[in-house]
Design a binder for this molecule. Structure first.
Ligand SMILES: Nc1ncnc2c1ncn2[C@@H]1O[C@H](COP(=O)(O)OP(=O)(O)OP(=O)(O)O)[C@@H](O)[C@H]1O
Ligand SMILES: [Mg+2]
Length: 455
């Protein structure tokens, strides 16, 4: 619920206005001077200030000016006494949203308050939207694993349950999280992302829970945390295994009680947030090593979804490559290029340690670097930097071969190298490779490895 601060030196106004607003369900605090107002806004963040123009000491206009100086983003409505309309108009020029006149009429007051809060919320949403990269969130893929993933997303999305997404780097964990949000009942609410690995340890709590001005060096203004910004929507906690145990304890508490406490604040804020978490680590191992709280794991892991590595998705590699070719060509205003069958086969055979993200980068690079209208296998030569001999035959030409042949070559090289290290001694070689001597013989014969010294 929205938080409102009343600033008025008349106790009667504080009491009656406060009562009415509380009845409407708002969280209301009240102070009696401009000085007290400037102090109070450092204790918690408000959505709206009702600020009297006539105040002893610092008057309403000066208070407003100082609030703006300090980048307090709350909406402000001026309360003007008799004959101070002119000042109220000046205040709106200083950035006040509107003014109401004493004596206060219930209906008019409520109307202005509601408008101000709606405007405030729109502004905040707008900011969040603009900050979000404006991309299409389509999920490309027809493989069995991706169809299964889609089904899991569709089932999880409307439930409001917490979801824990696991998968290697670049597999599309964030995309999955965004899809769950987009298919959920919270889709009109915000989707807020926090990359726990990218935020320095000493800032993560303030990032998640917000802070009050002066809570620590550098906290020059009140700031809302991501939990609060995600109110009514979804909070995506990325790379959760990178949170310290201390932060994990606080996150656990926020999840259990659905309330958060800004750093340096004295009161807690109730939040309605669905949490989707993601990790590329094995949390079971992190728990065993004492780096991740088991109780937090159980809280987060209500619905587990695992995103498969790209190398297990078969032809999806090629589909994704074509998708990125047309997406990126459009982005750069260039002509689309075709993918030669050999190039497609090469992409499909590659192991993609960086998964979809890496594939996208490769496509981007090829679009920029490859000269013709077709992407040929030679344009993908640089993939061999990552896998030097994987795609070469004996003559050094670039090819993609059946897995069986590639495996034979590799085994042959490995056995020959071990034999050499053992100076041709078969017994020793068998021992090093941990295979039976007779099996090693058989293997060598089938791989066409020449006669060796037998002893
Ligand atoms: N199935 C897919 N279809 C289309 N684009 C995809 C697909 N999967 C991933 N992408 C794109 O690949 C890139 C990486 O995906 P995303 O950021 O979701 O992965 P991630 O698992 O969160 O990666 P990281 O581990 O690096 O954080 C993004 O640009 C995303 O849009
Ligand atoms: Mg990610």
């Amino acid at each position: 619920m929205a938080a409102i601060l009343i600033v008025d030196d008349e106790a009667g106004v504080r009491a009656s206005l406060g009562g009415i607003l509380r009845d409407e369900g708002y969280v209301v605090d009240a102070v009696d001077s401009g000085e007290a107002c400037l102090e109070q806004v450092t204790r918690r963040s408000y959505d709206l200030l009702l600020l009297d123009i006539w105040l002893p000491g610092l008057d309403g206009l000066e208070t407003l000016a100082r609030l703006r100086e300090r980048h307090i983003e709350a909406q402000v409505i001026m309360i003007s006494g008799h004959g101070s309309i002119e000042n109220a108009v000046r205040a709106t020029k200083l950035g006040a949203f509107d003014f109401i006149e004493k004596p206060l009429f219930l209906e008019k007051t409520m109307l202005v308050v509601r408008n101000a809060l709606r405007q405030h919320r729109l502004e905040e949403e707008n900011r969040a939207l603009r900050a979000r990269v404006d991309r299409q969130f389509v999920m490309v893929g027809e493989s069995a694993l991706i169809q299964q993933l889609r089904a899991q997303i569709a089932m999880a999305a409307p439930t409001n349950s917490r979801v824990l997404i696991s998968g290697e780097n670049g597999t599309g964990k964030e995309l999955v999280a965004r899809q769950i949000h987009a298919l959920s009942n919270r889709r009109a609410g915000p989707f807020v992302e926090v990359n726990c690995a990218a935020i320095p340890e000493e800032l993560i709590e303030s990032e998640l829970f917000g802070h009050m001005k002066g809570a620590f060096t550098g906290a020059v203004a009140n700031r809302r945390g991501k939990f609060e910004l995600a109110h009514g929507g979804t909070l995506f906690l990325d790379e959760i295994a990178d949170m310290s145990l201390k932060t994990q304890a606080k996150v656990l508490r926020a999840l259990q009680e659905q309330v958060i406490e800004p750093v340096g604040g004295q009161s807690s804020v109730r939040v309605d947030v669905r949490v989707i978490a993601a990790t590329n680590k094995h949390l079971a191992e992190e728990i065993r090593e004492g780096r991740f709280r088991e109780d937090l794991f159980f809280r987060l892991n209500v619905i587990p979804i695992s995103v498969p590595p790209l190398r297990e998705r078969g032809d999806d590699v090629v589909r994704l490559a074509r998708h990125f070719v047309s997406e990126l060509a459009q982005e750069y205003g260039r002509r689309e290029k075709q993918l030669s069958p050999e190039a497609a086969a090469m992409l499909r055979a590659f192991r993609w340690p960086g998964n979809v993200r890496e594939l996208r980068n490769v496509v981007e690079r090829v679009l920029i670097m490859a000269p013709g209208n077709t992407i040929a296998e030679t344009d993908l030569g640089f993939l061999e930097v990552v896998a030097p001999t994987m795609f070469r035959d004996a003559s050094g030409a670039s090819i993609v071969r059946p897995l069986h042949d590639a495996r034979d070559d590799w085994e042959r090289d490995y056995i020959l190298a071990t034999l050499e290290a053992c100076e041709g001694n078969i017994s020793k070689t068998a021992e090093m490779l941990d295979v039976e001597r007779s099996n090693l013989y058989k293997k060598m014969r089938s791989l066409g490895i020449g006669p060796a010294r037998e002893n």
